[in-house]
Design a protein around this ligand. Structure first.
Ligand SMILES: *Cc1c(COP(=O)(O)O)cnc(C)c1O
Length: 394
């Protein structure tokens, strides 16, 4: 028996039920197909599969049932026509750029991007004749003014990393479409459980599946999901160039999606409580969290997102030394640059994730030496508070 029409099912149901049919063994947990190639009945079928005349699996650089299952499930959650899984979040962004841009084209991107994304657009792609203008994330006039005749792609993250600035997706989508460009949104921080950028007019979303989609810090992965027009081109690049997700990693992420919403809601609830508590701590100059009323874009965030998310950043008074003291006084929270895990993590962005960009670029993006980013996990929130209180109290 096949599933009811997916359009009649809720995202919660699709998160656990969509993706792959049972094999002849009737397994309940979805099978993992660790195979690099597929066998044909005869020479004619091999030819038909290669030419695309007959649907079916060929070779795992571009087709594998477990990877397809993840793509189907993630597309359902994002409300996307198509989805292509990739080896990492960065390879998803690279594949999107390779699929949509050519030499001479221009990109407008927000200046609050993940460090490696900034380097990809600002550094690597510029060597191939693709120029990027970085604009202040929340300044809609700046987005419009940066547009050029060859602008093909707008790229942003919302909320941004690490300052949790919120981009008005519908407004930026309008500006992009007026310019004849596509809008891509990195949906890493919210995941489709909290925010669906395509519903607000974005053409495509990219993911670092390494973060909340897996959700337990186990594997790297990425994905591009959105209009078929775009994902078909991404697929052609992946088929040829091979930044492919392994079936093993695909299976891990696929199972992660089943618990995505409950994790995101629980981690968001703790993040909100932690953010309110931090606001009341002496030694904390400012807290950045979209779920707080004090966040300059609180209302916009609540229109776009179900919650404020699970990332809380804050400035401590006393600059780098004071920030490092908070980090080094933790005994429970993990000191690591990753986020989106069930285990809470803490990062000092200025010397880690954003350490490779220039001091000027950091300052213009508002990333000070006293800034800390906490990605809240599933521990009891009181234990997280106590772990941070130790370093703040000194
Ligand atoms: C981690 C991250 C990426 C890159 O993903 P990888 O899986 O590490 O390649 C891109 N965007 C954001 C917002 C991230 O946090």
């Amino acid at each position: 028996m096949s599933l009811p029409d997916p359009h009649s099912l809720h995202p919660d149901t699709l998160a656990v039920r969509s993706g792959i049919e049972r094999s002849q063994f009737g397994e309940h947990g979805e099978a993992m197909y660790l195979t690099s190639s597929f066998v044909f009945e005869n020479a004619a079928q091999a030819a038909a599969r290669f030419s695309g005349e007959e649907e079916g699996y060929v070779y795992a650089r571009f087709s594998n049932p477990t990877v397809s299952a993840l793509q189907t499930r993630l597309a359902a959650l994002e409300g996307a026509e198509g989805c292509v899984a990739t080896a990492s979040g960065m390879s998803a962004i690279l594949a999107l750029a390779m699929a949509t841009l050519q030499a001479g084209d221009h990109v407008v991107a927000s200046n609050g991007l993940f460090g490696a994304t900034q380097q990809l657009f600002g550094g690597i792609l510029s060597r191939f004749g693709i120029q990027t203008t970085f604009v202040p994330t929340t300044d809609l006039d700046a987005w419009r003014d940066a547009t050029q005749p060859r602008t093909r792609l707008f790229f942003t993250e919302t909320p941004s990393n690490p300052l949790t600035e919120v981009v008005d997706i519908a407004a930026v989508a309008d500006i992009a479409h007026e310019a004849g460009a596509l809008l891509a949104v990195d949906n890493c921080f919210c995941s489709p459980a909290l925010q669906r950028p395509l519903d607000f007019g974005a053409d495509v979303v990219v993911h670092s599946a390494t973060k909340y989609l897996d959700g337990q810090g186990r594997v790297l992965g990425g994905a591009v999901a959105g209009r078929k027009l775009v994902t078909d081109e991404v697929f052609k690049f992946l088929r040829t160039a091979g930044p492919t997700l392994s079936p093993f990693n695909a299976w891990v992420i696929f199972k992660g999606l089943e618990t995505l919403r409950v994790r995101m809601e629980a981690q968001s609830a703790s993040a909100l409580e932690l953010a309110k508590w931090l606001e009341a701590q002496p030694g904390v100059a400012r807290v950045y969290y979209p779920g707080l009323r004090s966040h300059p874009q609180h209302e916009l965030a609540m229109r776009q997102q179900k919650t404020g998310g699970a990332i809380v950043s804050f400035d401590v008074e006393g600059g780098r030394d004071a920030a490092w003291k908070v980090v080094d006084s933790t005994r429970l929270i993990s000191i690591t640059a990753n986020l989106g895990d069930t285990k809470t993590t803490i990062t000092h962005p200025a010397t880690t994730t954003h350490g490779r960009i220039s001091a000027e670029a950091r300052a213009s993006a508002g990333i000070g030496d006293g800034l800390l980013r906490v990605a809240v996990g599933l521990e009891h929130v009181d234990d997280i508070k106590e772990d941070l209180a130790r370093g703040l109290a000194r």
